[in-house]
Design a protein around this ligand. Structure first.
Ligand code: MD3
Ligand code: FE
Length: 230
Protein backbone atom coordinates (compact mmCIF):
# COMPACT_ATOMS: atom_id res chain seq x y z
CA UNK A 1 0.00 0.00 0.00
CA UNK A 2 1.44 3.36 -1.00
CA UNK A 3 1.68 5.80 1.87
CA UNK A 4 2.48 8.90 -0.17
CA UNK A 5 -0.30 11.29 -1.18
CA UNK A 6 -1.08 10.47 -4.79
CA UNK A 7 -2.53 13.76 -6.02
CA UNK A 8 -5.63 14.06 -8.13
CA UNK A 9 -9.16 14.73 -6.95
CA UNK A 10 -10.44 18.18 -6.20
CA UNK A 11 -11.54 19.84 -3.01
CA UNK A 12 -15.16 20.75 -2.62
CA UNK A 13 -17.61 22.54 -0.40
CA UNK A 14 -20.88 20.88 0.51
CA UNK A 15 -23.73 22.32 2.49
CA UNK A 16 -23.47 20.91 6.00
CA UNK A 17 -25.93 21.04 8.89
CA UNK A 18 -28.04 24.20 9.10
CA UNK A 19 -26.99 25.15 5.57
CA UNK A 20 -23.51 26.09 6.80
CA UNK A 21 -20.65 25.35 4.45
CA UNK A 22 -18.68 22.35 5.63
CA UNK A 23 -15.24 21.74 4.17
CA UNK A 24 -14.77 18.10 3.33
CA UNK A 25 -11.61 16.09 3.04
CA UNK A 26 -10.01 15.90 -0.38
CA UNK A 27 -9.96 12.40 -1.76
CA UNK A 28 -6.37 11.69 -2.82
CA UNK A 29 -6.63 8.25 -4.34
CA UNK A 30 -9.28 6.44 -6.34
CA UNK A 31 -11.08 5.09 -3.32
CA UNK A 32 -9.27 4.63 -0.09
CA UNK A 33 -7.00 7.50 0.93
CA UNK A 34 -8.02 10.97 2.10
CA UNK A 35 -6.03 14.00 3.17
CA UNK A 36 -7.46 16.40 5.79
CA UNK A 37 -5.14 19.29 6.50
CA UNK A 38 -2.14 16.96 6.25
CA UNK A 39 -3.72 14.05 8.16
CA UNK A 40 -3.74 10.97 5.95
CA UNK A 41 -6.72 8.64 6.25
CA UNK A 42 -6.61 5.11 4.87
CA UNK A 43 -10.11 3.70 4.72
CA UNK A 44 -11.00 0.09 5.38
CA UNK A 45 -7.47 -1.06 6.23
CA UNK A 46 -8.78 -3.81 8.51
CA UNK A 47 -11.46 -6.25 7.39
CA UNK A 48 -14.22 -7.53 9.62
CA UNK A 49 -12.41 -10.59 10.96
CA UNK A 50 -9.29 -8.59 11.88
CA UNK A 51 -11.51 -5.98 13.56
CA UNK A 52 -13.33 -8.68 15.55
CA UNK A 53 -10.05 -10.23 16.70
CA UNK A 54 -8.80 -6.81 17.83
CA UNK A 55 -11.98 -6.10 19.76
CA UNK A 56 -11.34 -9.30 21.72
CA UNK A 57 -7.72 -8.21 22.37
CA UNK A 58 -9.01 -4.86 23.62
CA UNK A 59 -11.57 -6.54 25.86
CA UNK A 60 -8.70 -8.43 27.47
CA UNK A 61 -6.82 -5.15 27.97
CA UNK A 62 -9.89 -3.46 29.49
CA UNK A 63 -10.45 -6.36 31.85
CA UNK A 64 -6.99 -5.78 33.38
CA UNK A 65 -7.04 -1.98 33.00
CA UNK A 66 -10.68 -0.81 33.26
CA UNK A 67 -11.96 2.24 31.36
CA UNK A 68 -12.24 5.46 33.39
CA UNK A 69 -13.50 8.99 32.70
CA UNK A 70 -10.52 11.38 32.78
CA UNK A 71 -11.06 14.92 34.07
CA UNK A 72 -10.77 18.00 31.87
CA UNK A 73 -8.40 20.86 32.76
CA UNK A 74 -11.43 22.53 34.39
CA UNK A 75 -12.07 19.49 36.57
CA UNK A 76 -15.11 18.20 34.70
CA UNK A 77 -15.59 14.57 33.69
CA UNK A 78 -14.68 13.93 30.03
CA UNK A 79 -17.48 12.27 28.05
CA UNK A 80 -14.96 9.87 26.47
CA UNK A 81 -13.76 6.93 28.59
CA UNK A 82 -10.14 5.85 28.35
CA UNK A 83 -7.70 3.13 29.18
CA UNK A 84 -4.34 2.13 27.73
CA UNK A 85 -1.81 -0.59 27.01
CA UNK A 86 1.96 -0.37 26.77
CA UNK A 87 4.61 1.16 29.00
CA UNK A 88 2.58 4.34 29.52
CA UNK A 89 -1.04 5.41 29.63
CA UNK A 90 -2.44 8.92 29.53
CA UNK A 91 -4.12 10.10 32.71
CA UNK A 92 -5.81 13.34 33.60
CA UNK A 93 -6.86 14.17 37.13
CA UNK A 94 -6.53 16.99 39.66
CA UNK A 95 -2.78 17.05 39.01
CA UNK A 96 -3.13 17.69 35.25
CA UNK A 97 -2.50 15.76 32.03
CA UNK A 98 0.45 13.37 31.75
CA UNK A 99 1.64 9.90 30.76
CA UNK A 100 1.97 7.49 33.68
CA UNK A 101 3.46 3.98 33.89
CA UNK A 102 0.46 2.82 35.97
CA UNK A 103 -3.32 2.71 35.72
CA UNK A 104 -5.08 4.99 38.28
CA UNK A 105 -5.86 1.83 40.31
CA UNK A 106 -2.10 1.18 40.72
CA UNK A 107 -1.28 -1.68 38.33
CA UNK A 108 0.96 -1.65 35.26
CA UNK A 109 -0.78 -1.28 31.87
CA UNK A 110 -1.17 -4.57 29.91
CA UNK A 111 1.06 -5.10 26.85
CA UNK A 112 0.11 -3.63 23.47
CA UNK A 113 -1.70 -6.30 21.36
CA UNK A 114 0.57 -7.80 18.68
CA UNK A 115 -1.84 -6.98 15.84
CA UNK A 116 -1.51 -3.28 16.69
CA UNK A 117 2.29 -3.48 16.77
CA UNK A 118 2.11 -5.03 13.28
CA UNK A 119 -0.07 -2.14 12.08
CA UNK A 120 2.49 0.33 13.44
CA UNK A 121 5.28 -1.53 11.59
CA UNK A 122 3.29 -1.33 8.38
CA UNK A 123 2.44 2.39 8.54
CA UNK A 124 5.34 3.79 10.57
CA UNK A 125 8.36 1.63 9.62
CA UNK A 126 10.88 4.38 10.42
CA UNK A 127 9.47 5.40 13.77
CA UNK A 128 10.54 4.29 17.25
CA UNK A 129 8.46 1.57 18.90
CA UNK A 130 5.15 2.79 20.34
CA UNK A 131 5.16 3.21 24.12
CA UNK A 132 1.47 3.92 24.57
CA UNK A 133 -1.66 2.43 23.05
CA UNK A 134 -4.39 4.80 24.17
CA UNK A 135 -7.92 3.37 23.94
CA UNK A 136 -10.84 5.82 23.82
CA UNK A 137 -14.47 4.66 24.13
CA UNK A 138 -17.26 6.93 22.89
CA UNK A 139 -20.70 6.08 24.26
CA UNK A 140 -23.90 7.91 23.38
CA UNK A 141 -23.33 11.65 23.17
CA UNK A 142 -19.58 11.44 23.78
CA UNK A 143 -17.39 13.86 21.87
CA UNK A 144 -13.89 15.28 21.98
CA UNK A 145 -13.35 19.02 21.52
CA UNK A 146 -10.67 20.44 19.25
CA UNK A 147 -7.24 20.04 20.87
CA UNK A 148 -3.57 19.42 20.09
CA UNK A 149 -1.68 16.36 21.36
CA UNK A 150 1.35 17.89 23.04
CA UNK A 151 1.97 15.74 26.10
CA UNK A 152 4.53 13.64 24.21
CA UNK A 153 8.22 14.61 24.10
CA UNK A 154 9.17 14.08 20.45
CA UNK A 155 6.77 15.58 17.89
CA UNK A 156 8.87 14.07 15.07
CA UNK A 157 7.38 10.70 16.01
CA UNK A 158 4.02 9.91 14.35
CA UNK A 159 0.72 8.98 15.96
CA UNK A 160 -1.34 6.19 14.36
CA UNK A 161 -5.11 5.97 14.92
CA UNK A 162 -7.49 3.07 14.28
CA UNK A 163 -11.28 3.42 14.45
CA UNK A 164 -13.54 0.52 15.52
CA UNK A 165 -17.33 0.48 15.86
CA UNK A 166 -19.68 3.39 15.19
CA UNK A 167 -18.93 6.10 12.60
CA UNK A 168 -17.37 9.31 13.93
CA UNK A 169 -17.25 12.82 12.48
CA UNK A 170 -13.56 13.75 12.71
CA UNK A 171 -12.45 17.38 12.35
CA UNK A 172 -8.92 18.63 11.64
CA UNK A 173 -7.65 22.21 11.59
CA UNK A 174 -4.19 23.70 11.35
CA UNK A 175 -1.54 24.14 14.01
CA UNK A 176 -3.15 27.27 15.45
CA UNK A 177 -6.60 27.53 17.03
CA UNK A 178 -9.40 29.17 15.10
CA UNK A 179 -8.32 28.48 11.51
CA UNK A 180 -10.32 26.63 8.85
CA UNK A 181 -11.08 22.96 9.52
CA UNK A 182 -11.95 19.94 7.39
CA UNK A 183 -14.25 17.11 8.41
CA UNK A 184 -14.52 13.45 7.50
CA UNK A 185 -16.57 10.50 8.73
CA UNK A 186 -14.25 7.80 10.12
CA UNK A 187 -15.60 4.27 9.84
CA UNK A 188 -14.70 1.03 11.56
CA UNK A 189 -11.40 -0.27 10.15
CA UNK A 190 -10.10 3.16 9.06
CA UNK A 191 -6.55 4.23 9.94
CA UNK A 192 -5.35 7.84 10.34
CA UNK A 193 -1.65 8.72 10.22
CA UNK A 194 -0.57 11.90 11.99
CA UNK A 195 2.94 12.91 11.10
CA UNK A 196 4.96 15.83 9.80
CA UNK A 197 3.25 19.19 10.25
CA UNK A 198 -0.10 17.44 10.89
CA UNK A 199 1.32 15.98 14.10
CA UNK A 200 0.47 19.24 15.88
CA UNK A 201 -2.82 19.92 14.08
CA UNK A 202 -5.91 20.77 16.13
CA UNK A 203 -8.37 17.88 15.88
CA UNK A 204 -11.46 16.47 17.54
CA UNK A 205 -14.54 14.27 17.24
CA UNK A 206 -17.76 16.26 16.79
CA UNK A 207 -20.20 13.39 17.03
CA UNK A 208 -20.81 9.67 16.76
CA UNK A 209 -23.51 8.00 14.66
CA UNK A 210 -24.53 5.95 17.67
CA UNK A 211 -25.59 2.43 16.69
CA UNK A 212 -24.29 2.66 13.10
CA UNK A 213 -22.04 -0.41 13.48
CA UNK A 214 -22.69 -3.74 15.15
CA UNK A 215 -19.01 -4.65 15.64
CA UNK A 216 -19.10 -3.99 19.39
CA UNK A 217 -21.49 -5.81 21.72
CA UNK A 218 -22.77 -2.46 22.99
CA UNK A 219 -23.09 0.49 20.60
CA UNK A 220 -20.36 3.11 20.55
CA UNK A 221 -16.91 3.66 19.14
CA UNK A 222 -13.39 2.67 20.10
CA UNK A 223 -10.43 4.70 18.90
CA UNK A 224 -6.96 3.31 19.34
CA UNK A 225 -3.92 5.59 19.11
CA UNK A 226 -0.36 4.29 19.11
CA UNK A 227 2.17 6.82 20.37
CA UNK A 228 5.81 7.34 21.21
CA UNK A 229 5.65 9.40 24.37
CA UNK A 230 9.24 9.89 25.66
C1 MD3 B 1 -4.21 14.62 14.71
N1 MD3 B 1 -8.55 10.95 19.55
O1 MD3 B 1 -6.89 10.51 21.63
S1 MD3 B 1 -7.97 10.04 16.64
C2 MD3 B 1 -6.80 11.61 21.06
O2 MD3 B 1 -11.00 9.60 17.56
C3 MD3 B 1 -7.72 11.92 19.95
O3 MD3 B 1 -10.58 9.38 19.66
C4 MD3 B 1 -9.54 11.15 18.54
O4 MD3 B 1 -7.70 12.99 19.45
C5 MD3 B 1 -10.44 9.95 18.57
O5 MD3 B 1 -5.97 12.48 21.36
C6 MD3 B 1 -8.96 11.37 17.20
C7 MD3 B 1 -7.08 10.79 15.37
C8 MD3 B 1 -5.95 11.63 15.86
C9 MD3 B 1 -5.16 11.27 16.93
C10 MD3 B 1 -4.06 12.02 17.27
C11 MD3 B 1 -3.73 13.14 16.54
C12 MD3 B 1 -5.66 12.75 15.15
C13 MD3 B 1 -4.55 13.52 15.47
C14 MD3 B 1 -2.58 13.89 16.82
C15 MD3 B 1 -2.25 14.96 16.03
C16 MD3 B 1 -3.08 15.34 14.99
FE1 FE C 1 -5.88 14.02 20.07
Amino acid sequence: MGLQPQGGGSGGQKAGLCGRKMAHARQIASRDEYLLNGVRIFSQVLGLSAQKALVQDLRDVAQKAPFFHPKTARGRKMSVQMTAAGHFGWVSDGKGYRYEPRHPSGGAWPPIPAALLALWQEFCPNARAPECCLINYYGQGARMGLHQDRDETDFDQPVLSLSLGDDALFRVGGTTRGGPTQSHWLRSGDVALLDGSARLAYHGIDRIRFGSSDLLSRAGRLNITLRVVR
